[in-house]
Write a protein that binds this ligand. Structure first.
Ligand code: BDP
Length: 596
């Protein structure tokens, strides 16, 4: 799905700002048609933001079920004869939207965009009411899964992942116009002819444009200075780029593919610009190659998580986080454990940061659930994570790939984090999803992230994966406080994975650490212990040749559900939640930049 753009033929109106908001604790709003009038008893709510931490108290923080958002928007006068589209960049976890009293769309899944053509329901120059009901409930048929337990004191949401179930309108909302004949999709696949490691090789850009309505397509490829490199006619083809300036880690060079739709008389009907980074990705043996050169992932599993705004997107926080990644010498991150805002991927593209892009399929694991506080006998069964869940999961994969397919920064997909992967049921569940992912994606490697409870001798899914991605907590959840034992066990396990003959990326390793807690005798939770543990992992990584990357868990401390294993959140960050460095941040910076 294309991102809205301002071009010579298109305009956007942002609906960010304060919306009217009301929690629907009784779940009566749909029946009472709250969309049909200005929301009664509403309070102000910022969009984008999670609603949970905006108001003090437990009610909203722990709310389970529907909340209502409403705003009024004046449709620009100039949009007469245009197609008018209403788009939500995300609504966590599902939403139904009305324009005036007309229901225009519903969407399942909290981290991908959805939109509707609302031309028939608006009049340019007039104001229209937009209402969205957003439901934060996780069930056996949602991604991620969860269970709502009805108690004498109200509903309680349980789930098998640790990050807090923030909800609401986390990303911008747009009203935008397109002409009635318009570009509805663009796919670009970059390539390199000959030796990719050459200084300025010949690049290729295979493109495919979908147009709704009658018109012919012309494309022009411009370099970063706006000079035309090449051009072609027709909705699909391959462009050749002599002396290509490649997109590469640390060099976010991009071309502009300007797509024009022309009428029979040559008039410009629509124009849309798609950025293109020319680079290749390939797995060869135990190497992960970008542009033919071995790439070693250095960085973090992250979260969209901040004080007050929760998972709400914010440019200032985003840029600051990227500046910290730069300061520490990270070259990559994983969008643990859900698709991040498109702004984040655009930024990664533009700055040459490499991304492992993950679906929201996290917490399909009874053993992890038991640690977090949700007990379940069998995760994969007709009554729990089932074929119905798989349908939702498949749709999440389709939507993620469709949204992010053109980003050069995305070099590897993760279709799930830490599912059980040692049971026949888990294999039966996942095999078709790997098949689907391969059908949708012919150019990037695909994988999933393996959990410590499914080591190499029992795992059944790694054979479907191009890369070995594993999360390990030797020295924390196992061999707690015993780094000597942890070192031996970690190395022994990596040697087993090495036998797969694939690149190994440690997608999580780390220790909870309370900033400011110091101890010289190896006390867990201290800043010294976090440093010692990371150091130990690095010693091991440097001995194992198949290692292709290290992503510390986590970039920053983050909010979790409440329970006896977390103290005001997960504290495995190299930075605190408000982005102050722990001692480990300096250790990582020394390792990753060579600077102190
Ligand atoms: C792993 C999960 C991650 C958790 C982490 C932890 O992938 O989401 O936050 O462990 O326990 O199981 O810190």
């Amino acid at each position: 799905m294309l991102r809205p753009q301002d071009t010579a033929t298109r305009d956007r109106r942002s609906l960010t700002g304060l919306w009217r908001f009301r929690a629907d604790a009784e779940g009566v709003g749909r029946e009472e048609r709250w969309f049909a009038a200005p929301l009664a008893g509403a309070r102000d709510m910022p969009v984008p933001a999670s609603y949970n931490d905006i108001v003090p108290g437990r009610d909203l923080h722990d709310h389970v079920g529907d909340v209502w958002y409403q705003t009024d928007v004046r449709v620009p006068r100039g949009w007469a004869d245009q197609r008018v589209v209403l788009r939500f960049d995300a609504a966590t976890h599902r939403a139904t939207v009305w324009v005036g009293e007309t229901e225009v769309m519903s969407h399942e899944g909290g981290y991908t965009p959805f939109e509707a053509d609302v031309t028939a329901h608006v009049t340019p120059g007039e104001t229209v009411r937009v209402t969205a009901v957003v439901d934060n409930r996780l069930s056996w048929e949602s991604i991620p899964p969860g269970v709502v337990v009805e108690t004498a004191h109200g509903p309680r949401q349980k789930y098998m992942h640790d990050f807090f179930n923030y909800a609401g309108l986390h990303r911008p909302v747009w009203l935008y116009s397109t002409p009635t004949t318009y570009v509805s999709d663009v796919t670009v696949v970059p390539g390199i002819e000959g030796e990719p490691t050459a200084e300025r090789p010949t690049g290729t850009v295979t493109y495919d444009v979908v147009v709704e309505g009658e018109g012919s397509v012309r494309v022009r490829l411009l370099d970063a200075d706006g000079a035309e490199v090449t051009a072609a006619q027709g909705p699909a083809g391959t462009l050749t780029v002599p002396d290509a300036h490649l997109w590469a880690p640390g060099d976010g060079y991009q071309y502009d593919l300007v797509v024009d739709v022309l009428g029979a008389d040559g008039a410009l009907l629509d124009t849309y610009t798609q950025k293109v980074g020319i680079r290749t990705v390939e797995v060869r043996g135990t190497d992960f190659l970008i542009n033919g050169r071995p790439f070693y992932f250095r960085g973090f599993g992250m979260h969209e998580d901040h004080n007050t705004r929760g998972k709400g997107h914010d440019d200032a926080e985003m840029v600051h986080d990227f500046e910290l990644l730069d300061w520490i010498g990270a070259n990559s991150f994983r969008t643990s454990h859900y698709p991040y805002a498109e702004e984040v991927l655009d930024y990664a593209d533009a700055h040459g940061i490499v991304v492992i892009d993950e679906t929201a399929a996290v917490g399909m694991n009874a053993a992890v659930g038991a640690v977090i506080g949700m007990t379940v006998d069998q995760v994969f069964s007709p009554d729990t994570v089932s074929e119905r869940t798989r349908e939702v999961h498949a749709q999440a994969i389709r939507e993620l790939f469709a949204r992010d397919k053109n980003h050069p920064s995305v070099v590897l997909w993760s279709i799930s984090n830490e599912p059980e992967s040692h049971t026949p049921e888990s294999e039966e569940y996942f095999r078709p999803l790997f098949e689907l992912a391969r059908e949708l994606e012919q150019h990037r490697p695909i994988g999933f992230v393996n959990v410590m409870y499914s080591p190499a001798d029992v795992d059944r899914l790694m054979k479907y994966s191009d890369v070995v991605m594993i999360n390990r907590y030797y020295g924390w959840y196992s061999d707690s406080a015993d780094l000597a034992a942890a070192e031996a066990n970690l190395e022994a396990e990596l040697r087993q994975w090495e036998e797969h003959g694939k690149p190994i990326i440690m997608t999580e390793y780390g220790a909870d650490t309370v900033a400011g807690l110091h101890d010289l005798s190896g006390s867990m939770w201290s800043e010294e212990y976090q440093e010692e543990l990371l150091d130990m992992y690095h010693r091991v990584f440097d001995r194992v040749e198949a290692m292709a990357g290290e992503h510390v868990w986590n970039f920053a401390d983050f909010q979790t559900s409440r329970g006896i294993v977390r103290v005001d959140g997960n504290k495995k960050g190299a930075f605190t939640r408000d982005r102050r460095p722990k001692a480990a941040a300096h250790l990582l910076r020394r390792r990753w930049t060579g600077r102190s």
